[in-house]
Design a protein around this ligand. Structure first.
Ligand SMILES: [Zn+2]
Length: 263
């Protein structure tokens, strides 16, 4: 007597699923592995690269200036992530670093306010300033992938898009540059076990609107579980540092605490 198909199907499905997963994982592992030597080699680059050195500075490119693109709010980052279930918790995030002048200042402010945050770093910056990522992690912050060098993923051919993602820092989270994304990018990230994380509150700090406006964006946008977008790279971030310090003083008095995303 033959076995009922109902008992075979789960087995077949499991085998097929395993095969698909194995195939999906393989190229990404190779990509990550092949990217690693480049990072390590570049890590020997001098650390005193001028802040204003445009060729090495991602923010002087048009990419970051599109951070206010409308796509940013099409995907809520917290939908199935239970970020809102912890009371008055804010998730501060800093993009486009690490950067030798401003990242340490942001870290100093976070330390002062006993805040944990998430840094979405660029692979090309990590390659130049790996010790800053070490500092971030040592202080209890988390690190997310902001791709290799801030190309707009939606404009790239598939293979190049995948390369931008897999050559970024290893993390459980991906924030696509400028927030420009689509289903294919999300699927590519998911295949390498990276969750796409956008944001709820855009401080628009990269536009250098003045300390008061950045602070206002932080205070006005604060609500339990909110993911807040700021930048520690991409240009002069003195306004960000000051606004962050002032806003955290007030938000802490309101009962807020600050956690790193589960990246
Ligand atoms: Zn960015």
């Amino acid at each position: 007597m033959t076995k009922p198909p109902g008992k075979l199907l789960p087995l077949v499905a499991a085998l097929l699923c395993g095969a698909v997963l194995a195939q999906a994982a393989k190229p990404s592992d190779q990509s990550v592995a092949s990217a690693a030597p480049a990072v390590q080699t570049a890590a020997h680059a001098p650390l005193n690269v001028p802040v204003t050195a445009r060729p090495t500075h991602p923010s002087s490119r048009p990419g970051p200036k599109k951070h206010q693109s409308r796509q940013q709010r099409t995907t809520a980052p917290a939908d199935d992530w239970n970020l809102t279930g912890h009371g008055k918790v804010l998730y501060l995030t800093f993009d486009d670093g690490p950067q030798p002048e401003w990242t340490p200042k942001v870290l100093q402010v976070l330390r002062k306010h006993k805040a944990k945050a998430t840094f979405f770093v660029l692979g090309i910056q990590v390659a130049q300033f790996p010790e800053l990522v070490t500092l971030e992690r040592a202080a209890g912050h988390h690190v997310g992938n902001h791709t290799w060098d801030h190309k707009t993923l939606t404009l790239l051919p598939d293979a190049k898009m995948r390369q931008e993602i897999t050559s970024g820092v290893k993390s459980k989270c991906l924030r696509p540059p400028t927030g420009a994304t689509n289903a294919k990018i999300q699927a590519t990230a998911a295949a390498v076990h990276q969750r796409q994380v956008l944001w709820d509150v855009d401080t628009k700090d990269w536009t250098k609107p003045g300390v008061a406006k950045i602070e206002h964006a932080l205070l006005a946008g604060a609500r339990p579980g909110a993911v807040i977008l700021m930048h520690d790279g991409g240009g002069n971030r003195s306004e960000t540092v000051t606004a962050l310090d002032q806003a955290l003083t007030k938000l802490t008095k309101q009962g807020y605490t600050y956690r790193a995303l589960p990246c």
